[in-house]
Design a protein around this ligand. Structure first.
Ligand SMILES: Nc1ncnc2c1ncn2[C@@H]1O[C@H](COP(=O)(O)OP(=O)(O)OP(=O)(O)O)[C@@H](O)[C@H]1O
Ligand SMILES: [Mg+2]
Length: 318
């Protein structure tokens, strides 16, 4: 059975085994912040986020040393209100969900010896189609990982055509990945943003570029990833990415990654679509599927959101 077939079969089993999902899928009953809204939570949550796209002056923290990356302030109170992971609420339902999701990723990222995975600390979050929850997952995952004692995390907005990480944080666009790749910014440190979550930094997408795909495939990208790896050897790097089946950018990006998280929107994405998406990243060492927006077990709420691993595929060579 091929890797793809196994992955899809696992997802099938996950979807069907509604009575046996305790370990595989986190019940949305655990996440009152996420499921309780009468409207689709997605709209409610992001409506709040989008209203504040300009940065209040008070959110800018001046840095003593201009050589060091600048700091930004994430409004953690608002984040908690819209059901995102925050360090202040480590036991919230959403934090519990992401605790389960991050665990195998961290294990893979830090594995040594025969189980070591090349570039395991480079984790890309993608999906087959737009709107399945990549950015939501990437941001929550990065915050959740940064809450761990042992890890520092860099969240890279690699959805360079439609960046959204800074917008979600209530911040305006900034220079970033594309500007480093194009050579307009020579020092990565100039565009890295430190945050008020101590162990979390952000590399914004930067200015849109017509040759984004080529730049992601370029030698500069290889150099940049090497630079990041050398500069922050103890760091996990989470990439929010474009969808796999819409542009070629995500496929190109995946060639650099040790682990790929594929977000699957429950009851929307067909098996055929998932198969196609997996086929585009066959070469990536580790692929994990997260079932998103699944109906909460017993919650009765159509708009319940939940997560679960659909598959974990390890290559023979890993
Ligand atoms: N588990 C979840 N709980 C609540 N809201 C969610 C969840 N997953 C996604 N959403 C919401 O669904 C919408 C789409 O999510 P998101 O923007 O993260 O998707 P995306 O895959 O990054 O989209 P794009 O392809 O446009 O980049 C957003 O409004 C987001 O807040
Ligand atoms: Mg997105």
């Amino acid at each position: 059975m091929s890797l793809i077939e196994k992955a899809v079969q696992r997802l099938d089993a996950l979807k069907q085994a509604s009575g046996e999902q305790a370990a595989a899928r986190v019940s949305t009953d655990l996440a009152p912040n996420v499921v309780a809204a009468p409207e689709p939570v997605a709209e409610v949550a992001l409506g709040a986020g989008r209203t504040s796209s300009s940065v209040p002056e008070a959110n800018r923290v001046p840095l003593p040393n201009p050589q060091v990356s600048r700091s930004i302030q994430i409004d953690l109170h608002r984040f908690a209100q819209i059901g995102m992971v925050t360090p202040d609420l480590p036991r919230s339902a959403i934090a519990e969900e992401f605790r389960l999701i991050k665990r195998p990723l961290l294990q893979n990222a830090t594995a040594t010896g025969p189980t070591a995975i090349e570039n395991g600390s480079l984790i890309m979050v993608t999906s087959a189609m737009p709107g399945e929850g990549k950015s939501f997952t990437a941001i929550n995952l990065a915050i959740s990982m940064a809450m761990e004692l042992d890890y520092t995390v860099l969240l890279v907005d690699a959805d360079v055509s439609r960046p959204s990480v800074l917008n979600r944080l209530g911040l305006p666009p900034e220079r970033g990945l594309m500007d480093v790749l194009s050579g307009e910014v020579s020092d990565l440190g100039d565009v890295l943003l430190r945050t008020n979550i101590e162990k979390l930094s952000i590399l914004p997408a930067g200015m849109p570029h017509s040759r984004a795909t080529e730049m992601l495939a370029s030698e500069s990208m290889n150099r940049l990833l090497e630079q990041i790896a050398n500069r922050y050897p103890d760091r996990i790097i989470v990439f929010d990415s474009p969808p796999l089946l819409v542009t070629t950018e995500a496929r190109v990006l995946a060639t650099h990654m040790g682990q790929v998280v594929i977000v699957v929107e429950a009851e929307q994405t067909t098996h055929g679509t998932i198969k196609q998406a997996l086929a585009t990243i066959e070469g990536c060492p580790v692929k994990l599927m997260v079932l998103n927006k699944s109906r909460g077990q017993g919650s009765g709420s159509y708009y319940g959101y939940g997560y679960g691993y659909g598959s974990e595929a390890r290559p023979e060579a890993a």
